[in-house]
Design a protein around this ligand. Structure first.
Ligand code: KL2
Length: 509
């Protein structure tokens, strides 16, 4: 492969070492990856050549897929290069992990927009660079299943899952592989939706929320996108009798329209409010839960929507709606829809903290008197002035000198800036904007209109000296736009969608 021209050289007859893609993947699947060795030994099946001249030649035959038998069989002697992906190990040599591996719970999460066939066909000009055979659903589905078999994610968050494919193929296949699946189709006429599947050996489901963003009583929320929020309890299988904190897993596919950042923010607020509700319900039962938020957010890194998630706040007054997602620079347009307060009507029942209003704000009882709920009163208790011990108050250690932990303070910090929205989930992205060790942009989606990072896995950040938070142990490396074009763009022989899969490994202690 000449990486500069993107041209695939005909290697027929050239003396090249041949791999068999299918065998490699099959071998990898057969290898049982034990918890402790998994982070250290990168899965051997996929390898991404880093840098020029390190590409590998492989052999892949469509005939390996029985369902493809009605397509022309590729000659066994046809070699072409295939791009692999590497596992990035991020675990420092954590002695405690090896000393007492039983006290930790490890799990992996994949987020994957698998490109609904109906959308592929509706937007076919985006895939004009692809050969017909890599666009066939049967081929793409088999390639997708192989990818799952290669990486064996414990939790899978899928977007663009076409309903008939889900019911007829996906759910049966994944059930067979040991997953339980939850599905939510988009409202309206679009045929696809989101799915979350989890390994039933590792998790039991404590709650499930299926979210529709289309609200008849709200002009802003007139789009058909959806989301799923699950609360999962780690089971004994990998925890040797210990009890671990539940994990709240949210999956969504936000609106695509680059001009409508206002809609995207309101859709995100619904997801954040639902996560907040689930975590609070968990707390009532005496548990803190960890949060994983993944999906296709149709927004690029470090732009306003992303900033809201990663920093916990966003000042939006007068911001052009197209700027929110960073997908396109539309500053040349003469008219700009702009963001002004309120971002969404109060009838949505969600406040500026992206929480359901009835959960954290005082509400008026019928008598007309204000009634304050527990959380609202805690906000008052945690205001800094309330934490100063009057000099004449008897010191009873642990009682009258007791002040909240810094993270508790933060949770109840006054939220009083105007034209700003907040959330209190403390989330970090698994992926950085750049490919590790380079200045190249990492992309998660690519087609003939361009490439970008729009898919994410966010997770509960570890708070300093706190017990809470997830530890990120590793991730499946992304690729650059140039790397993907050198392989004919997406979808291609190896990758079945116009998005790459994202995967991360976490530790819960
Ligand atoms: O960006 V996506 O692709 O997350 O991969 O989400 C949407 C787009 C998906 C669901 O609406 O369909 C794709 N140009 C390009 N892509 C489009 C367009 C468009 N005009 N409309 C929908 N999609």
């Amino acid at each position: 492969m000449d990486r500069n021209t993107g041209e695939i050289k005909d290697l027929v007859g050239a003396a090249c070492p041949l791999y068999n893609l299918s065998t490699l993947l099959a071998d990898n699947h057969a290898q049982t990856i034990s918890d402790q060795t998994w982070a250290q030994s990168a899965p051997t099946g996929w390898h991404f050549p880093v840098g020029l001249g390190l590409s590998e030649v492989t052999n892949s035959s469509l005939a390996q897929f029985p369902s493809m038998s009605y397509y022309p069989t590729v000659q066994e002697s046809n070699c072409f290069e295939v791009m692999w992906r590497v596992w990035e190990d991020l675990s420092e040599n954590d002695d405690a992990t090896f000393a007492d591996p039983g006290s930790k719970f490890y799990f992996t999460v994949m987020s994957y927009n698998i490109l609904a066939q109906d959308l592929l066909e509706a937007n076919s000009r985006l895939y004009a660079h692809c050969s017909e055979d890599v666009l066939a659903w049967e081929y793409r589905f088999q390639t997708f299943l192989r990818e799952l078999q290669t990486w064996e994610p414990d939790i899978i968050c899928l977007q663009e899952v076409q309903e008939n494919h889900y019911l007829e193929q996906m759910q049966p296949a994944l059930t067979e592989m040991g997953y339980y699946c939850v599905y939510k189709r988009r409202t309206g006429t679009k045929t696809d939706g989101c799915a979350v599947c989890y390994n039933t050996q590792l998790f039991t489901q404590l709650s499930v929320s299926l979210l529709e963003f289309q609200r008849n009583d709200c002009e802003l929320l007139d789009r058909d996108n959806v989301g799923i929020v699950l609360l999962l309890q780690p089971t004994a299988a990998r925890s040797e009798g210990l009890t671990f904190r539940p994990i709240c897993v949210a999956n969504t596919h936000l609106l695509f329209n680059p001009r409508r950042g206002d809609v995207k923010l309101a859709q995100l607020a619904i997801v954040l409010a639902e996560i907040d509700k689930v975590t609070k319900q968990c707390k009532v039962k005496g548990h803190d839960c960890e949060v994983i938020l993944c999906g296709d957010l149709n927004s690029t890194p470090n732009m306003p929507l992303y900033e809201l998630i990663s920093t916990g706040w966003l000042y939006y007054h007068g911001m052009p709606a197209w700027m929110v997602s960073g997908q396109e620079d539309l500053s040349y347009k003469t008219y700009h829809r702009r963001l002004y307060a309120p971002l969404w009507p109060s009838s949505l029942g969600i406040n500026d903290n992206c929480q359901y209003s009835n959960v954290s704000e005082p509400h008026v009882k019928e008598s007309g008197k204000l009634q304050y709920n527990h959380d609202f009163l805690r906000q008052l208790r945690y205001c800094p002035a309330a934490c100063v011990r009057p000099a004449d108050l008897e010191l009873i250690p642990g009682v009258t000198d007791n002040i909240p932990m810094p993270d508790e303070m933060q949770q109840f910090a006054p939220r009083r800036f105007r034209n700003t929205i907040y959330h209190s989930l403390n989330l970090s992205s698994v992926y950085n904007q750049n490919i590790t060790g380079t200045t190249l942009d990492a992309v998660t989606t690519l087609h003939s209109d361009g490439a970008a990072m729009v898919d994410y896995i966010f997770f509960s950040r570890r708070v300093p000296n706190g017990e809470k938070g997830l530890k990120l142990l590793g991730r499946l490396a992304l690729l650059s736009e140039a790397d993907l074009w050198s392989q004919n763009g997406l979808p291609n022989q190896a990758f079945p969608s116009d998005h790459l899969s994202l995967m991360a490994k976490f530790q819960l202690s």
